[in-house]
Design a protein around this ligand. Structure first.
Ligand SMILES: NC(=O)C1=CN([C@@H]2O[C@H](COP(=O)(O)OP(=O)(O)OC[C@H]3O[C@@H](n4cnc5c(N)ncnc54)[C@H](O)[C@@H]3O)[C@@H](O)[C@H]2O)C=CC1
Ligand SMILES: O=C(O)[C@@H]1CCC=N1
Length: 285
């Protein structure tokens, strides 16, 4: 989905003030899609973290009962940004505070719309999302599914929010776990690969700075080549691989270690784990 929507967002309360909430807040503010004073962020206890967030972004923050009551009831959009294991407590508390017309946007991995509604005790309109941390620099990739209670206006607001921080795919909810395996957790696999390449470069005698800069530019260049040429990755790989050359030798090592199946197994295990986390919450209802 490429078109840019400009729906007005109203006030947004992030219920959970961790790394994913910060990534989206940073993106929203940097892209001027929301002003700092439209945003509030709540966490359980870490005052130091809240002080950092209010100083860094100029948003409202809080962790007291009074703050919670104020920001959760005043917001037009409430973003669920706590870990799956904390969802039951947080949503049971949130349910009775919900106001008519408020929209819930969940970032929580694994937990279905119907489980969220059961925890809230009401069929509130819900957008289930799976973003990633690259949202903080406007290069996020987000999956979205909407509950049947959401209106066209809700859909536009949520598209607006996530399109401001990257690309968006609207998908059937049952595909959310595999999307988590590909793009929600995906940046971590790429960082893992980058870490290994940097280590190897240093082992081979490059300075840490050289190894880092060369690796980062290589990953950026490879991703940009795919975007700009629209080519198949296998074709781009073949363009680098001279017969019996150095690239072929490297790829043979990866193939010997079952690289493709290992990466696929990681993505599928992530999908399965996402489902398991949701099931654990559902079974404890
Ligand atoms: N980190 C990532 O790359 C991604 C995370 N997600 C999802 O986003 C959610 C948050 O993940 P992170 O930001 O990584 O976690 P985090 O551990 O960094 O942050 C969680 C926040 O929730 C707060 N919290 C927990 N219970 C609370 C309660 N009862 N009241 C108020 N605040 C409460 C904590 O104080 C903390 O600020 C998770 O559900 C995760 O599945 C989704 C996509 C990517
Ligand atoms: O690791 C997790 O559970 C979350 C979901 C996607 C990225 N981080």
């Amino acid at each position: 989905m490429n078109s840019t929507h400009q729906a007005s967002l109203g006030s947004i309360c992030f219920y959970g003030a961790g790394s994913m909430a910060e990534a989206i807040v940073r993106g929203l503010i940097h892209k001027s899609v929301a002003a700092p004073k439209q945003i509030s962020m709540l966490n359980r206890s870490n005052q130091e973290r809240l002080t950092y967030l209010s100083q860094q972004y100029g948003v409202f923050t809080g962790n007291s009962e009074q703050d919670k009551n104020k920001y959760l009831t005043e917001a037009s959009i409430i973003v669920l940004a706590m870990k799956p294991k904390d969802a039951k407590e947080a949503l049971t508390e949130l349910g009775p505070k919900l106001q008519e017309g408020q929209l819930i946007v969940s970032l929580i991995a694994g937990i279905s719309i119907s489980t969220l509604q059961q925890l809230l005790g009401t069929n509130a309109p819900i957008a289930r999302s799976m973003p990633n941390t690259s949202s903080s620099i406007g290069l996020g990739a987000t999956g979205l599914s909407f509950s049947e209670e959401t209106t066209d206006d809700h859909v536009q607001q949520v598209l607006s929010m996530f399109q401001s921080v990257g690309i968006v795919s609207v998908i059937p909810e049952e595909q959310m776990d595999i999307l988590t395996g590909v793009s929600g957790s995906g940046p971590a696999y790429i960082y893992y690969m980058i870490e290994a390449m940097i280590e190897a470069g240093i082992e081979g005698g490059l300075t840490p700075d050289q190894a880092r800069n060369l690796t980062v530019q290589t990953v950026l260049g490879a991703a940009s080549m795919m975007l700009e040429t629209g080519e198949d990755p296998a074709k781009l790989r073949k363009d680098i691989t001279s017969p019996n050359g150095s690239t072929q030798a490297a790829l043979e090592v990866l193939a010997d270690k079952d690289f493709t199946n290992t990466v696929k197994a990681a993505v599928h295990r992530c999908k399965e784990r996402s489902f398991e986390m949701g099931q654990a919450v559902k079974e404890a209802l």
